[in-house]
Design a protein around this ligand. Structure first.
Ligand code: NAD
Ligand code: ZN
Length: 359
């Protein structure tokens, strides 16, 4: 069976297009009229916050993402929205403005407004029963592909796993490269980690056994753009990175990530590391899996004067090491994509342990 992909139906792209947001939302204000803006609290008091087209009766939620989104946090935000709107009243839209963490938060709140129970009950594949509230994604960091993906990654009581469903996909995205302006200068490491999430997605997809021409077409173009950004420092890098992320997400939709993401999930689960940085830490040790990709990744790190953290696993207890291995072993489709059906013969626990010990 081939996947029947759901893609984002509406996209605005271009510098300054954020200012069209009010006009984009206008036709959607057809019920309660309420719009809920979910904003990364980094922007509190900053120019971008003042440009949000808040109308009377709208709700602005400033959300902190020092820690990546949790199911408990999503449930609390959903309650807050319900209380604000009143009994039996729904907002007409939920708009996420931020990096991958906020994009996932807004998706999840939109879904939890219309689906009963707690968000952790929906961690998995196609468990969401009802379409969410109309939702719009506006990235302020580029690389995760969360603006186009069918998942909202959440840490729950048992595991970190997405709300994967067709309903998760945004109804609208607003891609304004201006919102990336200055990110490279102000938070160069974060800019790099998030960008490398995209680069690594592409390497894993393109080298994987699941890849087809659909995924390859998007993945290869995304790599071209990543090189222009991270090796050539192209003057239009904000535009290019925005599109690299979008294309990377489109590619993954019809392929899968691989060894780096499988190991990085284990590493971040135990060490509490963020997704982007964990991927970069792991990828640096995967020469045997992705020789060309790792070489180019190191060139990108050097060119941008980024130091990859080292010696993180030296003091782990045996129990923690076991947990790391177990979480990574559980990522079956990722290993299958990387190494084929017989992946367990090629990736025994001992080999995984040796890799983690190097980190
Ligand atoms: P992020 O959203 O976690 O943000 C990282 C930091 O950058 C935060 O401190 C944030 O406040 C700050 N920030 C955001 N925009 C900024 C700006 N313009 N200027 C200055 N600071 C800014 O980072 P991310 O790497 O974009 O997202 C990581 C998250 O995405 C993880 O939770 C991961 O699980 C998730 N993810 C989701 C998908 C998906 O398909 N849904 C894919 C990959 C990763
Ligand atoms: Zn990723």
């Amino acid at each position: 069976m081939y996947r029947n992909l759901k893609v984002v139906p509406r996209v605005v792209f271009g510098r300054g297009c954020f200012d069209q947001l009010d006009a984009v939302l206008e036709p959607q204000r057809k019920g309660s009229g309420i719009m809920v803006f979910v904003l990364d609290d980094f922007f509190e008091g900053k120019a971008l916050e003042k440009r949000i087209p808040l109308r009377k009766g709208d709700l602005l939620l400033r959300v902190n993402v020092d820690k990546e989104p949790k199911t408990t946090g999503i449930d609390a935000l959903t309650e807050q929205v319900k209380n604000f709107c009143g009994k039996d009243v729904m907002p007409d839209g939920v708009i996420g403005i931020g990096g991958g963490s906020i994009l996932d938060t807004a998706k999840a709140v939109s879904l939890m407004l219309t689906n009963p129970g707690a968000s952790h009950e929906y961690q998995g594949w196609d468990l969401i029963k009802y379409p969410g509230v109309y939702h719009v994604g506006i990235p302020t960091l580029a690389g995760t592909g969360a603006e186009v993906s069918r998942t909202a990654v959440l840490t729950g009581p048992v595991r970190k796993l997405g709300l994967n469903s067709d309903h998760t996909v945004y109804d609208q995205v607003v891609l304004d490269p201006d919102l990336l302006n200055g990110v490279k200068e102000s938070i160069p490491e974060q800019w790099f980690w998030t960008g490398m999430d995209c680069y690594i997605h592409n390497v894993e997809a393109l080298c994987g056994t699941f890849v087809n021409e659909y995924a390859r077409a998007f993945g290869e173009q995304s790599q071209v753009l990543c090189r222009e950004v991270f090796l050539d420092h192209h003057p239009e890098s904000d535009e290019k990175l925005m599109m690299a992320s979008y294309f990377g997400g489109m590619s993954i939709a019809y392929s899968q990530v691989g060894a780096c993401h499988a190991l990085s999930y284990g590493l971040s689960y135990v060490l509490g590391l963020h997704h982007g940085i964990a991927n970069s830490i792991v990828f640096d040790y995967l020469d045997d899996f992705y020789p060309e990709g790792v070489k180019e990744f190191r060139a990108m790190a050097e060119k941008n004067k980024i130091k990859i953290p080292r010696n993180l696993t030296a003091d782990l207890s045996e129990e923690q090491m076991q947990k790391m291995i177990d979480v990574s072993m559980g990522m079956v489709p990722l290993w299958e994509n990387c190494l084929g059906k017989e992946w367990q013969e090629k990736m025994p626990k001992e080999r995984m342990r040796q890799l983690f010990e190097k980190m």
